[in-house]
Design a binder for this molecule. Structure first.
Ligand code: 5GP
Ligand code: ZN
Length: 113
């Protein structure tokens, strides 16, 4: 997707602070962190949001959930962390490229909505 912000970050056209990368997954620090650790984990292939996950592409989502604990461990999140994916406007999704927030490094607010 040529006009997608996260596709541009993955391609290196927009700078980011990378924390993890492999063939199918890219992870980088959120530009506006909501916790001491705030990392975004994204598939390299463009998927708009959770509604775009299908039998054809869900392997990358499974892989993301293998990668998340490795990132959390590397970030020292030994007391836990939160994984969030906002889907659509009611959830406050602002970038239309599937992403999983990893939030941690403090006791997080328990409110879910
Ligand atoms: P959403 O609100 O869609 O769930 O999350 C989008 C996230 O992307 C936000 O937390 C926002 O701070 C982050 N973000 C937006 N633009 C950029 C950027 O250019 N670089 C980085 N690293 N993060 C960004
Ligand atoms: Zn994209």
């Amino acid at each position: 997707m040529s006009d997608c912000l996260f596709c541009k970050i993955i391609a290196g056209e927009i700078p980011s602070t990378r924390v993890y990368e492999d063939e199918t997954v890219f992870a980088f620090r959120d530009i506006n962190p909501q916790a001491p650790t705030h990392v975004l984990v994204v598939p390299k292939a463009h998927i708009a949001d959770c509604n775009g996950v299908s039998a054809e592409n869900s392997a990358v989502v499974a892989h993301i959930f293998e990668v998340i604990p490795k990132i959390a461990a590397a970030e020292g999140l030994i007391n836990g962390y939160r994984v969030v994916s906002n889907c659509g406007s009611d959830a406050g999704q602002t970038v239309q490229h599937l992403h999983f927030h990893i939030l941690g490094g403090k006791v997080l607010n328990l409110e879910m909505a």
